[in-house]
Design a protein around this ligand. Structure first.
Ligand SMILES: [Zn+2]
Length: 67
C-alpha cells in the first residue's frame, strides 16, 4: 500500500526547514518553539528561518571583481 516514495520527515511540507547550527554561536542544541522559530539552548537566543525566494544564478557575479 505504498503511495510513491516517502519523503523523510515530509508531511504536508508546511514545516520550515530545520537549522543544523545556531547562526549566532554555532551550537547544535536547537529546539523548536511553539510560537514558531527555534531557540538555542546554548546561547539562549531565539530566531526564525525565512525563505526569501529562489536564488537567481544570474544575480551572481562569477568574476566577483568590482570595478
Ligand atoms: Zn546559539
Amino acid at each position: 500500500m505504498a503511495h510513491g516514495p516517502v519523503e523523510p520527515g515530509g508531511r504536508g511540507g508546511a514545516r520550515a526547514a530545520s537549522p543544523f547550527h545556531c547562526p549566532y554561536c554555532g551550537d547544535t542544541d536547537l529546539w523548536p518553539r511553539e510560537a514558531g522559530g527555534w531557540e538555542c539552548r546554548s546561547c539562549l537566543r531565539a530566531f526564525s528561518l525565512q525563505f526569501l525566494g529562489p536564488a537567481a544564478p544570474s544575480a551572481r557575479t562569477p568574476e566577483g571583481g568590482a570595478s
